[in-house]
Design a protein around this ligand. Sequence first.
Ligand SMILES: Cc1cc2nc3c(=O)[nH]c(=O)nc-3n(C[C@H](O)[C@H](O)[C@H](O)COP(=O)(O)OP(=O)(O)OC[C@H]3O[C@@H](n4cnc5c(N)ncnc54)[C@H](O)[C@@H]3O)c2cc1C
Length: 500
Amino acid sequence: MSGVLLLLLTFFAVSKAQPHSNDPPPSSTVCIVGAGIGGSSVAHFLRKYSPDSTPATKIRVFERNGVVGGRTATVTVAGETFEAGASILHPKNLHAVDYTKILNLKVKEPRSDSLSLGIWNGNEFVFKTVTLSSNVPFIDKLLKLPIINSLVSLVNSALMFFRYGFSLFTMQNFVESTVGRFLKYYEGHGSRPIFETVDEMLQWAGLYNLTTRTLQDELVDTGLSTLLINELVTVITRINYGQSVYMSGLAGAVSLAGSGGGLWSIEGGNWQMAAGLINQSNVALHLHEEIKSVADLGDYYELNSTKGKSYKCEVAVVATPLDELDIEFVPPISIPERKLQHTHTTFVRGLLNPAYFGLKAVTKVPDLVGTIEDPNLPFSSISVLKKHNEKESTYKIFSRQPMTDALLDRVFSVRKETIRINWAAYPHYHAPEVFAPFILDRRHLYYVNAFENAASTMETSAVAAENIARLILSRYFGRVIMHSSNLSASSPGEGTHLDL
Ligand SMILES: Cc1cc2nc3c(=O)[nH]c(=O)nc-3n(C[C@H](O)[C@H](O)[C@H](O)COP(=O)(O)OP(=O)(O)OC[C@H]3O[C@@H](n4cnc5c(N)ncnc54)[C@H](O)[C@@H]3O)c2cc1C
């Protein structure tokens, strides 16, 4: 071999071994703080869009609790499992639909009977749908027959129309148009940009303006009647976000979408989506390990945990709201101040006291008691989750303040079991919304929950997480994701949610 050839070969060998200085190191670690649906979705989409990187890229997921799922969690009352946090999914939550399919999860059977609704103002029910029930089990069974149920639904639709008129259709159109715009986030990668800011992401889908005005203003301009806004719409925003119609318009519209038909959930608990995604994504899961600081050391971040351990991560993702946490960032980061709405969820096994509602029999109390906006009302809603027998049901109460024992003893005539959860539930929405950045430091520190000011749902977390995964792949790994998403906006849900 000539000396020149040897020199050339040596040159090529050396230049191949030395990566270009801008390339990521051959093995990199992505660290994700939080194992809710947001954090687990980031891991899922990183693997989905870059399957060949599996051995080289390590993904670590840190979770301060002993279980994954975050605000999707269940409680057990009288041996039965109920959703304690996020309970319902919309039929067009296409990532959730996809997760259900790929993880082989079972969709919970919808209730066969329709729930009665009453709107309580503290003194009386200003609106009530009819409910047919009897204390005599045989007659009660007859009243639950599908044909009777359909008739009851028809009568209730007529009652609703009689009270709220055509405004109901206007409301439905408003919700459908918002959902239609949201579906753009499932378009293929060819036509859907990777968004560096939340503002940009919302503007692209035509949703940004809804975050600059209150739901109230938006609905008045759309032509909804004051009665519908003050009663039914208020009941819905109080149930879904614990807030009034003065919340920002986009979160308000999402809340209204969460009251329509076809809502669904996972049998056994929605937390299984996060668990399944983490199981499938080849990650190192660190349970009971809270991250207390994230320091940028130039080429990598150092994450320190309460276990006294340090982790070297080339990319760091915060997948939890930072508002009530004291994670130390070095150098410090700056995000707009945001208050979280606390929702107190109280589960009671027992029996409501009809006298509290000025009624003679408990069977006359609607299955779902919603409330109007009045500071004197101690709860937002009370709903029956399960009727065990005529003497005992399981109820779920949402309130802005804790439900004291004294108050519960007035609302219930029998109380055998009480479980209380104080959730730092979702942002307190106010228009115009100001958004934190997705990229917290202009390098590789990302924030999934910046999107939560638009709306807080399992699906919005998944949608934000997918965008963060694409940001990481393009900004850090320099990867262009060419293959398009298998979810298409032109056929939303087609072939997927029909299976549910
Ligand atoms: C009562 C209630 C009802 C709701 N109803 C619905 C509904 O019906 N439908 C719907 O779609 N959405 C609903 N939501 C909203 C939904 O639950 C959230 O939007 C969604 O679950 C947020 O997911 P996430 O992964 O972004 O955050 P989270 O679920 O909050 O996950 C963040 C995780 O990070 C962990 N963590 C925090 N700090 C650290 C740290 N320093 N180190 C390590 N780990 C950390 C937390 O323990 C948590 O597990 C509801 C929420 C509540 C509270």
